[in-house]
Design a protein around this ligand. Structure first.
Ligand code: UTP
Length: 505
């Protein structure tokens, strides 16, 4: 793009200040800057800047009317791990494994976020929460894919693949690709790991003006995890899925250490109900818990953010004393490929733009970098769950929080969702699995450690044990290895240890 063309594009959008340092830039800096400006879609740019400023002022004037239109998800559209008997859960699991065995299921990871709250300079999936094995979130996810493939293979006597689609952004693509290559894709076939990039959009000041983060760089941010739908088209991912025969997608966030990749029970439930769209939910821990709630508004399925509900509504209870709006969204979704195609082709432009008011570093009139102490900018984001409204058959699936949800959002020191809480959730889960399999523990002096069947969120389990996903996906298969075994804490059950245990059995 030439300077004249860039200037004309910015003039049309009322954004010529972007070029204020042009005279000071080197030839190379000018080149990269023009390249960046050429990526801005001319018609979208005007709309984006105008809407960002307008919706930032609207956002603060939320009132209580939404509450009056909210209804819980009807019970006939909710499945529940807690309330279902063994036989029903087994039926869903069988269905899920059957679909997986026929290569009809893929997983899709949302990994384009900047992870600002965690505060590391690399993608969150590369984070090591301090497990005895030192595994990162990406490695655990890769191993769970391998294991679920194996479970489907064994159950149905065939070799199957669960492709892994990974949505990244300008921030996360390069390091994620390198990390996977350096680690030989954690044993997965590289052609089944498909990385693609979501779009970036400019951050805008309260006056609707694009923010410059350098003299020759616009402050850009990924367009939210709902940017998924555009990027599926931009990168021809739907066609890739079709080519691979994928019909069902399990979409999830990078930061949930307990995520069950391609969870056969969830997939089986959704397929069984002939749903085109589904959401895993957990029971809200307490009325004011800051999680979005899956519900209906004017008969349309939605996730309502906790900040949009009045406290009285969050406190409402049903006849049995349970919270009326208890379905906490955990960003674990089921979509059919044809639903995704409809959304991407017909509905994407109707998705709501959410406004995030953030501190965005900027260059002042003299070209000095300023790190603001107060929020100064607007980032517009689309959310992955905003497509529930387009579903023809929506279902929710309630799972146990301690088995399935422990997100890594904040750095240690924060009260919730930190590396420590994530590590504890996983270790506590593995400890429960071993007790259930008939194992017991002793300390380093060979003294027995008394079993404890539940541990508080803020304490470690009494014995430290970690089970590789390559050995067990959801606690299955441990009894034959560990029943009546007395294990020394800390205990790591990896594939080698599992082989030893089989030999000594
Ligand atoms: P969060 O909203 O928790 O954001 O993302 P984040 O980037 O991880 O962390 P903060 O808010 O900056 O601290 C939930 C999920 O959505 C993905 C994230 O990678 C995470 O898996 N995401 C978020 C995207 O894929 N793209 C985005 O533009 C934003």
């Amino acid at each position: 793009m030439s300077f004249e063309a860039a200037k004309a594009r910015l003039e049309a959008a009322g954004q010529t200040h972007v070029l204020q340092f042009w005279e000071e830039l080197s030839a190379e800096e000018r080149g990269t800057f023009l390249e960046e400006i050429s990526q801005l879609q001319p018609d979208e740019l005007v709309k984006h800047c105008r809407e960002a400023a307008a919706s930032a002022s609207r956002e603060s004037s939320a009132d209580g009317r939404l509450d009056e239109r909210m209804q819980p998800v009807p019970s006939e559209f909710i499945g529940s791990v807690r309330k279902s008997d063994r036989e029903t859960l087994q039926k869903w699991e069988n269905e899920g494994l059957l679909q997986i065995s026929q290569d009809r299921v893929a997983v899709l990871l949302l990994a384009g976020g900047q992870g600002t709250r965690l505060g590391v300079s690399y993608p969150k999936g590369m984070y090591n929460v301090g497990l005895p094995s030192g595994k990162t979130l990406y490695q655990m996810q890769a191993e769970r894919i391998q294991k679920v493939q194996e479970l489907a293979n064994v159950r149905h006597g065939c070799r199957c693949t669960v492709p892994w689609y990974i949505m990244t952004s300008e921030f996360t693509l390069g390091p994620t690709e390198k990390f996977f290559k350096d680690n030989k894709y954690f044993g997965l076939c590289p052609s089944n790991v498909v990385m693609f990039e979501q779009r970036m959009i400019p951050a805008v000041g309260f006056d609707g003006k694009i923010i410059l983060e350098k003299k020759n760089k616009i402050a850009m941010a990924p367009d939210g995890n709902g940017g998924l739908y555009r990027s599926l088209v931009d990168n021809k991912i739907l066609a890739d899925m079709e080519g691979k025969g994928v019909e069902y997608l399990h979409v999830y966030c990078v930061d949930n250490i307990l995520v069950k990749m391609a969870d056969p029970v969830f997939i089986g439930f959704c397929v069984n109900k002939e749903a085109d769209c589904g959401a895993k939910v957990v029971d809200k821990a307490y009325p004011a818990e800051p999680v979005g709630v899956v519900c209906r508004v004017d008969n349309v399925y939605q996730v309502i953010e906790y900040s949009e509900i009045q406290p009285e509504t969050a406190e409402l209870r049903g006849p049995g004393g349970e919270l009326l709006f208890s379905a906490g969204n955990i960003c674990n979704h089921f979509f059919t490929r044809s639903f995704l195609k409809d959304v991407a082709e017909k509905f994407e432009s109707k998705l709501k733009q959410h406004v995030a008011i953030k501190k965005v570093p900027f260059v002042d009139g003299e070209g000095n970098l300023v790190k603001p102490s107060k929020p100064n900018g607007i980032k517009m984001e689309k959310f992955v769950f905003d497509v529930f409204q387009f579903s023809k058959k929506f279902v929710a699936f309630e799972v146990l929080r301690e088995e399935e949800f422990s997100p890594l959002k904040n750095a240690d020191g924060a009260p919730l969702d930190t590396p420590t809480t994530a590590r504890r959730s996983l270790l506590a889960q593995h400890y429960r699995w071993i007790l259930a399999a008939g194992g017991s523990f002793m300390d380093e002096h060979n003294k027995p450690i008394a079993p404890k069947h539940s541990t508080a969120q803020n304490e470690d389990p009494p014995a430290i044990c970690e089970i590789s996903p390559l050995v067990s996906y959801f606690g299955e298969g441990l009894e034959k290895l560990l029943n009546q075994k007395n294990l020394k804490s800390p205990f790591i059950l990896d594939e080698n240890e599992a082989k030893n245990l089989v030999q000594t059995a």
